[in-house]
Design a binder for this molecule. Structure first.
Ligand code: GLN
Ligand code: ZN
Length: 763
């Protein structure tokens, strides 16, 4: 992307939701029929043009385009290459409505499946491919955006999901033959990419970026061969722009050599997750003729770059690659727009942060330092050094009491008594019927609940008024559960906006942003807290709500907490110590809460760990080390209590395969898991692995507004009983109910209770 002997600067992608979530708001207004397509496009165009101008204005010498999306970049690729399933294309809708139908589903056609983008909290829409899928160039989005940017004065570099990663992220459509693999379609897909590259070349596009992050995970020889084929074919074209292939989220392993030997022009490597790539690149003689795009600025976390470390990496590459560009490690999609608006964060902590805009400036600064020498930018480098040094030396980060407590812990602090004894003690104290019914925690968050929370935050109602409103809601939820006949009740979580933010706001060591939104999927955005220092719990966080709920009923009320890995996964975490150390600190804070709940008479405590799968490293060789600290943190948080206190955990998202051993090892008394959509398959896997504790497979899919009928639930329960004996089976929905309405929740739970009664009678 740069001339030989010069140093280029770029980023691999940029946020698209808008600094004030303009895209989210416009898309949701369009869905609600409040604006038309022309107005929606106008908002989108404005956001794109602002981004290109900002990136060019900041001094990047190569600016990405086609990083905009109305929903998801993988869905964009499916549409571009004519690979949407016919259940959407046959609906007779306009192109944009067909696109949204695939993303969100309509009555006649369930949405494409959504799953996590590698080890991030971004979700993409899974392509559904079959042997009949014939890829064609069916759209012109990359071309249109290139033209639009050029008209706005910026020549850009269109970015696309690479063909091999696209196929590896796809799944076989239902009905495809057993032996069909999406990768079988490579030749057809390369035909469509070829056509696209020719079209872009004819338009004068100088560079195209193809993302192949799938090679940061373990790949088979076949898959590596596919990578070699893809870039031999695309690189070998004569009518094409120059090609940058980007690998990120980890070491490319054997993929690095494959790409180095391919006839591509540039390779982007992630030097944040994989600093050793500097040496790997040097070892690839073939890269001496290519450009290496050095991902030295962390695209996924929010700390200011260590300029000296970054410069050292890039400078080493200068000696071994044909030419070098400075870049972010991955797309900036995963960080918020700008630190400047975060006036609520302690100024000292704010000085340590860099969001997307600041990261662009960091890239430009590093590029200048490399190209012109550090003297030329000495002042800005000194300011950057001062900020990182301030963070490294900050006493606020350290809490010696927390460290001393952790040092004094011994292994026995993280083990509970023998499970059989616990089960016995719990049977006695709890006296539950077989197949106990319960829910996952949250009840529908009504407009009034949200309003009361917002008013309390804004200071327009006082603490007492807020307490009264929340207590009234808790009482309503308890009474409803009693009427429905559920066995283990919850308080409903009305006081929580988010299961991580709620705890982060009450723990020391965390800062909250006001505008730090990041796209999670489609129009859904999250505002991850920033974990910057040692974590501790100044006072109980949930006890008064749980105790109040318990005071209203003689049935057991389940306390509700979030487990350490999930708190880390959904926050921006400090990068100055191993994740496992941070997890132990969070675990200690949760442990204090568990103990306080127990002392307050709460006999069942659920510690949610839905993100256990999300932080699983992409490479199998790193799994064991991850499980070590992840499992240890859960056990530290949930031990040191009476045998009779029952610990539940909850996990969602459908793929459990790799984490089954960890689900066992965390030693929870009861584990509730998503299972309704996969029709209980996970139970067989658990049983096969010898899992012998309580399990609550979800029998009601809360991601859908559908009310399951009694027969449907009882059928699922009978199926579950094939894999789990009745004395260990629990009955519950798939996940929390907070996004649903009472109109669906009441009949659904009523059917769940009735179905359980029927199946109990058959025992
Ligand atoms: N207890 C949480 C709730 O019910 C669990 C949410 C989750 O698993 N994501 O909302
Ligand atoms: Zn869940």
């Amino acid at each position: 992307m740069t001339d030989h002997n010069r140093v280029g600067t770029t980023v691999l992608g940029y946020p698209r939701i808008g600094p004030d979530r303009e895209l989210k708001k416009a898309v949701e207004r369009y869905w609600a029929g409040r604006i038309d397509e022309a107005e929606l496009n106008e908002v989108a165009r404005g956001l794109r043009v602002d981004t290109w101008r900002r990136l060019a204005g900041a001094g990047l010498n190569s600016v990405p385009s086609n990083t905009f999306s109305f929903y998801d970049q993988v869905l964009d690729a499916s549409v571009l290459f004519g690979a949407l399933p016919s259940r959407f294309t046959g609906l007779g809708l306009s192109p944009v409505d067909t696109y949204f139908a695939a993303a969100r589903g309509v009555q006649e056609a369930p949405a494409l499946e959504m799953t996590k983008w590698f080890d991030t909290n971004y979700h993409y829409l899974v392509p559904e491919l079959g042997p009949d899928t014939a890829f064609t160039l069916a759209g012109s989005k990359p071309l249109d955006e290139f033209r639009e940017a050029r008209a706005a004065g910026v020549v850009t570099r269109p970015v696309l999901v690479g063909p091999v990663t696209y196929l590896l992220l796809a799944k076989a459509a239902s009905g495809a033959p057993e032996d069909f693999r999406p990768l079988d379609l490579l030749e057809s897909l390369l035909g469509a990419y070829t056509e696209l590259l020719a079209q872009l070349h004819a338009e004068g596009v100088p560079w195209v970026q193809l993302d192949e992050p799938a090679f940061a995970a373990d790949r088979t020889q076949d898959e590596l061969d596919a990578l070699a084929t893809a870039y031999r074919v695309l690189g070998g074209l004569t009518d094409r722009p120059r090609l940058l292939v980007a690998g990120y989220f980890g070491a490319l392993g054997d993929g690095l050599g494959v790409l180095a030997r391919s006839p591509i022009d540039a390779l982007a490597v992630d030097l944040v997750t994989d600093p050793a790539a500097v040496r790997a690149v040097a070892a690839e003689g073939a890269l001496r003729d290519k450009e290496v795009v050095a991902g030295v600025v962390d695209g996924r976390n929010i700390w200011r770059v260590d300029v000296d470390a970054a410069l050292a990496k890039a400078a080493t590459l200068l000696g071994t690659a044909g030419s070098v560009s400075v870049s972010t490690s991955c797309s900036l999609l995963h960080v918020p727009y700008t630190v400047d608006v975060e006036t609520g964060i302690d100024p000292r902590v704010r000085g340590w942060l860099a969001f997307a805009e600041q990261k662009v400036d960091e890239v430009v600064l590093l590029g200048a330092a490399l190209a012109e020498g550090t003297e030329a930018v000495a002042d800005r480098l000194a300011a950057a050094r001062a900020a990182t040094a301030d963070r490294a030396g900050a006493a606020d980060l350290r809490d010696d009491r927390v460290r001393a407590r952790l040092d004094s812990l011994r292994p026995e602090h993280s083990v509970r008594g023998d499970y059989a004894r616990r089960a016995q003690a719990q049977r006695q104290t709890l006296g539950l019927p077989p197949l106990p019914t319960t829910t996952i925690g949250s009840f529908p968050q009504t407009a009034e609940v949200r309003k009361a929370r917002a008013a309390f935050r804004a200071g327009t109602i006082d603490g007492d008024t807020y307490q009264t409103a929340m207590r009234a809601e808790i009482e309503k939820v308890i009474r409803l559960q009693e009427e429905l006949g559920l066995d283990v009740l919850v308080h409903g979580e009305p006081e929580r906006n988010d299961m991580v933010q709620y705890f982060a706001e009450q723990l020391n060591g965390f800062a909250a942003t006001e505008h730090g939104w990041v796209q999670s999927y489609g129009s859904r955005c999250v505002r991850p807290p920033i974990l910057y220092g040692d974590v501790s719990r100044p006072e109980p966080m949930t006890v008064r709500w749980a105790s109040y709920a318990q005071s209203l009923t003689s049935k057991p009320v389940k306390g509700m907490l979030t487990a350490p890995v999930t708190i880390l996964a959904w926050s921006f975490v400090r990068d100055d110590q191993p994740l496992g150390d941070t997890a132990r600190q969070v675990a200690l804070a949760i442990r204090d809460e568990v103990h306080d709940l127990e002392s307050a008479g709460i006999r069942i405590i659920q510690v949610d760990e839905p993100a256990l799968r999300e932080l699983l490293p992409l490479r199998a060789a790193e799994h064991a080390a991850y499980f070590d600290w992840a499992v240890a943190s859960f056990r530290l948080a949930t031990s040191g209590i009476a045998d009779s206190t029952q610990i539940h955990t909850h996990m969602c998202y459908s793929e459990f395969g790799d984490i089954l051993p960890a689900i066992d090892a965390i030693d929870a008394d009861v584990t509730s898991i998503e299972a309704a959509r996969s029709r209980m398959e996970v139970l067989e896997d658990l049983a096969a692995g010898g899992f012998g504790r309580g399990v609550g497979p979800g029998v009601y899919d809360i991601h859908s507004p559908r009310v399951p009928d009694t027969d449907e639930v009882s059928a699922l329960l009978r199926k579950a009983l094939d894999a789990v004996p009745a004395d260990r089976l629990w009955v519950n929905p798939d996940c929390g109910l907070k996004t649903r309405g009472y109109a669906e929740v009441e009949p659904s739970l009523s059917n769940l209770v009735t179905a359980t009664g029927q199946v109990r009678a058959e025992l």
